[in-house]
Design a protein around this ligand. Structure first.
Ligand code: BGC
Length: 416
């Protein structure tokens, strides 16, 4: 038994240990919708359980364009957050500025090289050192459906081909419901566009046109067909789509006011947060024609160089927590994505996540696993921004002919 003064000494030293090792961790993210907020709350809980102080730096705006702008100004003024949600080639751009922290000591201690697919680990490293840590794998080429809306319109099952899709869309339109819940913002126009390109042209064409930005592919018959299909989808969109946020479009499907949405599986996070059941209330299927392909989108946090020792410790704990099995499970169950860490048990995940997990592995074997351009996984931000603008212009302005739309996109793709 401890006597009173000994007990006081133990408590005091414990308190000292806690303050010496705890730190503040400021995390810049854009997870502000219902499902997203529930997911990020899990990370906050884990960090607080380790004694750290979570400073939430949420910048609303799906897809993170606003967050990227805010991040730039913080880094330029010499006051970066500990961690920021950055992904794909943008990680390399930030690392080349010399502002990212080296996470190799955590990576080695936690064995990241053996826990991550090599393609993912390579994106997280700059010159061989870890500078970012991945959270999940989102699939982008999904079509979501409201079971009740489809039933009301007399549509049985999710369409697998574009012909089936347009037949279903006609029936839904006739029934008075919205056939396609679209969010008319650059990033969401392109999210639909890349699924169309994938579904119409296949993975090899997608890769040539949108990843390699090959001019021949960008001006081909297949691109013409893709743009025609894309424009045809617009005729099934309701007039309130321009400017609408992605989660508000998902809400229309949740409320059975709209039948379909082209969206990555963060939409599933919204269905789940609204207590909707997959296979019963809502349906998931690969976008028409793209069942043997998979556009991946890996969320990750890049860590910035910090001076304070407590903050550095908190940052390392954050990195280790993100790759832990507990976090990978609970976060992804809420987020709609699947764990990026290999061999995490999928028992608790639903059918959509299991399909995603299976297709991730299967498509990789046949060359069908391709990076999402819409979600910053494939090309440098400058060219990405330019082709997104050209695609959105084409979507918004029906006076632009398919031939001109194609020319504009090809020209934008040449942006350095
Ligand atoms: C991100 C997701 C996010 C979605 C909507 C995507 O680019 O990868 O994590 O939920 O945008 O904000």
């Amino acid at each position: 038994m401890l006597n009173k003064s000994r007990l006081t000494a133990v408590l005091v030293s414990a308190a000292v240990v806690t303050t010496a090792t705890a730190g503040q961790v400021e995390v810049l993210h854009y997870w502000t919708s219902g499902g997203e907020a529930k997911s990020v709350a899990e990370l906050k809980k884990m960090m607080e359980a380790k004694g750290h102080v979570w400073k939430d730096f949420a910048v609303a705006g799906g897809g993170g364009d606003n967050a990227a702008t805010v991040l730039k100004s913080r880094v330029v003024s010499g006051n970066p957050p500990a961690a920021a949600q950055i992904k794909g080639p943008a990680i390399q751009e930030w690392a080349s500025e010399g502002v990212l922290a080296n996470l190799d000591s955590v990576g080695k201690a936690e064995n990241w090289d053996s826990l991550l697919p090599k393609v993912v680990a390579d994106v997280m490293k700059y010159k061989g050192n870890y500078v970012a840590v991945p959270v999940n794998v989102h699939r982008v080429n999904w079509l979501w459906g409201s079971a009740a809306a489809l039933k009301k319109a007399g549509v049985t099952g999710m369409p697998k081909t574009w012909d089936e899709f347009f037949l279903a869309a006609d029936k839904i339109k006739k029934s008075g419901l919205i056939a396609v819940a679209h969010s008319g913002q650059n990033i969401w126009d392109f999210t639909t566009f890349e699924s169309v390109v994938l579904g119409v042209g296949g993975a090899k064409f997608y890769e040539d046109a949108l990843v390699k930005l090959d001019q021949k592919a960008l001006t081909s018959e297949t691109m013409k067909k893709s743009l025609e299909t894309f424009r045809r989808i617009k005729t099934y969109v309701d007039p309130a789509a321009p400017g609408r946020d992605w989660n508000l479009s998902t809400a229309l499907v949740i409320q059975d006011k709209a039948a379909f949405q082209f969206m990555g599986d963060w939409a599933k996070g919204e269905f789940v947060a609204a207590a909707k059941a997959p296979g019963k209330d809502f349906l998931c299927a690969a976008a028409p024609g793209s069942g043997n392909a998979y556009t991946f989108n890996v969320d990750s946090f890049a860590m910035f160089k910090l001076k304070d020792a407590g903050a550095q410790k908190a940052q390392n704990d954050l990195a280790a927590s993100i790759m832990g099995t507990d976090f990978q499970q609970v976060f992804n169950l809420n987020k709609g994505s699947i764990p990026v860490r290999l061999n995490v048990a999928m028992g608790k995940f639903d059918e959509c996540a299991k399909l995603s997990s299976k297709d991730f592995v299967d498509t990789a074997k046949v060359g069908g696993l391709v990076p999402s351009v819409a979600h910053g996984m494939a090309i440098k931000p400058a060219a990405e921004g330019a082709i997104k603008d050209a695609v959105s212009q084409f979507w918004s302005d029906d006076r632009i002919s398919v031939a001109d739309g194609m020319k504009n996109i090809a020209k934008a793709a040449a942006t350095k």
